[in-house]
Design a protein around this ligand. Structure first.
Ligand code: AMP
Length: 393
C-alpha cells in the first residue's frame, strides 16, 4: 500500500510517498515560500535505489497550486493519504479516519494552534479534491501525549479555565516522540511497554518527554509549542508575570510580545543566532554570548532530564533526536556532564562520531543507555495511517 504523507505549514508543503509493503520511499518533496513572489520546489523520485531530483524556483501562489504541482510530480499510485495535524485537543487519542466530524473538530481547535491547524485543514480539503475516494487519515501531534495524567497536564489556574477554555498542557512533537521511543525499545531488544525512556526532540523547536512503558507521562511543551526548554527562537518556560511586566513597561502590544517570545527569543534572543552550527562557530571565535546561549540551552535540557528521571522513578534510557539531538555532540556532552547521580555516563569518543544511523553513546559503566536515534515522523504517520485503515476498512 502506497501512503502519501502530507505536512502543510503556513507557507510550506512537505510530502513523502511511502510503499509500506516494501518499506521503501518512492518520492519526497518540499515546497517553500508559498504565497511569496518566488517559491522553491524540490522534488525527488526514487526508483531502484536511484534518486531523480527536480529543483525549481517559481512563484507558487497558494496551497492549491502547491498540491497540484505535487500531484503532477508523483508518478506512482497513491492508495491513501496521511495528514500531520498539529492540534487535536482532547478529542483524539489516536490517528483517525477523516470525515466531516473530524474536520469540524480540527477547525474547532484552530484557536489553540492558529498558525498550524488552519493550513493542516486546507491540506486535508485539497487532498480530498485531488484524490477523490482515497481514504484520508489525520495523525495529530498531540495524540501521543493524551496519556498524561491530570496532575501533569493541568495548570494551577482556576479549574474552570480548564473546563471552559480547555487551558491545559497538550504537548507537541508527539509523532516524533512515539517513533523514537518505539524504535529505541526495539533496538534495545524490548517491547515499548518494557522500558522507561526520556526522549529529547531537539531541533529548531525542542521538547522533552517522559515515556513510561510506551506511554507519555509528561512533556515539556504546554498548551502551545512555546513552553518548555528554550529553543532556536522561542523562549521556552518563563515567569508568567514577565508578559504583563513587558506590556506595562515597554509599550509593546500583546501581538508584539508574542512575536518576541516566538521569533526573537531562545538561542537567538541571547546571541543573535538560532542555528547551533553558527553559534558554535561564533563561540569558537570567543563570542561570550554565543557561549552563554549554549550553556543555558544545555543547562535547561539537563534540568528536564533530572525532573523526568524523578517522574519516571526508573529510567532505562535517554534518546536524542531531531537536528540538534542527532548532530550536535557539544550540546549532548554539556547536557550530560556530571550526571552520574542519575547513572548517566557518556562515552565522549562515541558521542563525537557523526552518523545517520541509530547508535548508543553511553560509556561501559553507564547504568542508563544513551541513544541517538534519527526521527522519522513521515514513516510514523504512514504506519499509523495503515493501522487505521486496517481497523476501519
Ligand atoms: P530541525 O528543526 O530538527 O530541522 O533542526 C534544525 C536545527 O538543528 C538547526 O537550527 C541547527 O541548530 C541544528 N542542526 C542541524 N544540523 C546540524 C549539524 N550538522 N550540527 C549541529 N546542529 C545542527
Amino acid at each position: 500500500m502506497n501512503i502519501l504523507v502530507i505536512n502543510t505549514g503556513s507557507s510550506s508543503l512537505k510530502y513523502q510517498l511511502l510503499d509500506m509493503d516494501e518499506h521503501v520511499l518512492l518520492a519526497s518533496g518540499v515546497m517553500e515560500r508559498i504565497g511569496e513572489t518566488q517559491g522553491v520546489l524540490t522534488h525527488k523520485n526514487f526508483s531502484k535505489g536511484k534518486e531523480h531530483k527536480t529543483k525549481k524556483e517559481l512563484p507558487i501562489q497558494n496551497h492549491q497550486e502547491a498540491m497540484h504541482l505535487m500531484a503532477g510530480l508523483i508518478t506512482k499510485k497513491i492508495d491513501a493519504v496521511g495528514h500531520r495535524v498539529v492540534q487535536g485537543g482532547e478529542a483524539f487519542q489516536s490517528a483517525t479516519l477523516i470525515n466531516e466530524d473530524v474536520k469540524n473538530a480540527v477547525q474547532k481547535n484552530n484557536p489553540l494552534a492558529p498558525l498550524h491547524n488552519p493550513p493542516n485543514l486546507i491540506g486535508i480539503q485539497l487532498a480530498e479534491d485531488l484524490f477523490p475516494g482515497k481514504p484520508q487519515v489525520a495523525v495529530f501531534d498531540t495524540n501521543f501525549h493524551q496519556t498524561m495524567p491530570e496532575k501533569a497536564y493541568l495548570y494551577a489556574l482556576p479549574y474552570e479555565y480548564y473546563t471552559s477554555y480547555k487551558i491545559r498542557r497538550y504537548g507537541f512533537h508527539g509523532t516524533s516522540h512515539k517513533y523514537v521511543a518505539n524504535k529505541t525499545a526495539q533496538l534495545m531488544g524490548k517491547k515499548p511497554e518494557e522500558v522507561n525512556l526520556i526522549t529529547l526532540h531537539l531541533g529548531n523547536g525542542c521538547s522533552i518527554c517522559a515515556v513510561k512503558k510506551g506511554e507519555c507521562q509528561d512533556t515539556s511543551m504546554g498548551m502551545t509549542p512555546l513552553a518548555g526548554v528554550m529553543m532556536g527562537t522561542r523562549s521556552g518556560d518563563l515567569d508568567p508575570a514577565i508578559f504583563g511586566y513587558l506590556m506595562n513597561n515597554t509599550g509593546m502590544t500583546q501581538l508584539e510580545i508574542d512575536e518576541v517570545l516566538n521569533k526573537k527569543s531562545g538561542l537567538k534572543g541571547i546571541c543573535g543566532l538560532n542555528d547551533l552550527r553558527d553559534i558554535h562557530e561564533k563561540s569558537a571565535q570567543g563570542d561570550k554570548l554565543a557561549k552563554l546561549a549554549v550553556e543555558m540551552f544545555a543547562y535547561q535540557i539537563k534540568k528536564y532530564i533530572g525532573a523526568y528521571a524523578a517522574v519516571l522513578g526508573h529510567v532505562d534510557g535517554l534518546v536524542f533526536t531531531a537536528g540538534v539531538g542527532e548532530n550536535d555532540e557539544i550540546v549532548r556532552a554539556k547536557a550530560l556532564t556530571d550526571m552520574s547521580v542519575f547513572g548517566i555516563e557518556l562515552d565522549l569518543d562515541k558521542n563525537d562520531i557523526r552518523s545517520p544511523e541509530p547508535r548508543t553513546i553511553h560509556g561501559a559503566n553507564s547504568r542508563l543507555q544513551v541513544w541517538v536515534v534519527p526521527t522519522n515522523e513521515e514513516l510514523q504517520i504512514a504506519t499509523e495511517t495503515c493501522q487505521v485503515l486496517k481497523k476501519t476498512i
